[in-house]
Ligand binder design. Structure first.
Ligand code: HEC
Length: 170
């Protein structure tokens, strides 16, 4: 009798499943729970895709915005000798577009009255304004070497009654 009792105890420790009915419930649960989890997961993923495609995250503009290079780097050969353009060359390439005709209120080259007070600010301020942009004046940063922008300003100012000194080449 005592032997049989012990065996029964061991059985109790091994598993709480004692009847076939319990076994069926456990087996069903083992299948049903993962299936519910999978269904929920699939719904979650499908829903995410829907908002992804429907939202403006996929518009051409948004994509172009995302793949555009950071800060439009200008690739330069570090070994290439730097030949700086003269102020006149830079002026004729770009600045003339606005500064010859006085577009958008740009001070015309040769217009002493327009340039006088601007030159009075000093080359450093003029340079900063040309580099970073100033009111309608678009930023020139990156379009030319800094020294080239300075030279162009000196050229324009000196064509307009100024007597700025060409910055010494580094
Ligand atoms: C798209 C037209 C445009 C181009 C191109 C342009 N500028 Fe200007 N620039 C302006 C305008 C407009 C102003 C007047 C801004 C103001 O004071 O309202 C101006 C003003 C300036 C000033 C005076 C800033 C001050 O503090 O008074 C300098 C210096 C200058 N430009 C340099 C240059 C140089 C150098 C280039 C070429 C590398 C250049 N600009 C090209 C439109 C232009």
């Amino acid at each position: 009798m005592s032997h049989h009792h012990n065996e029964h105890d061991d059985h109790d420790h091994e598993t709480p499943i004692k009847t076939p009915k319990q076994l069926i419930i456990v087996v069903l649960a083992a299948f049903v729970v993962p299936i519910i989890a999978i269904v929920l997961l699939v719904q979650y993923v499908a829903h995410n895709e829907k908002t992804g495609a429907g939202s403006d995250a996929m518009t051409e503009q948004a994509i172009a915005e995302r793949i555009k290079p950071v800060a439009n780097p200008v690739i330069k050969d570090p070994n290439a000798a730097v030949v700086l353009k003269s102020g006149e060359e830079v002026f004729k390439t770009t600045c003339t577009g606005c500064h010859s005709a006085g577009l958008m209120g740009a001070p015309k080259v040769g217009d002493k009255a327009a340039w006088g007070p601007r030159i009075g600010q000093g080359l450093d301020t003029l340079f900063k304004h040309a580099l970073d942009g100033y009111k309608q004046m678009p930023a020139q940063k990156g379009a030319f070497e800094d020294a080239e922008i300075r030279s162009a300003i000196v050229y324009m100012a000196n064509q307009s009654g100024g007597s700025l000194k060409e910055p010494a080449a580094k």
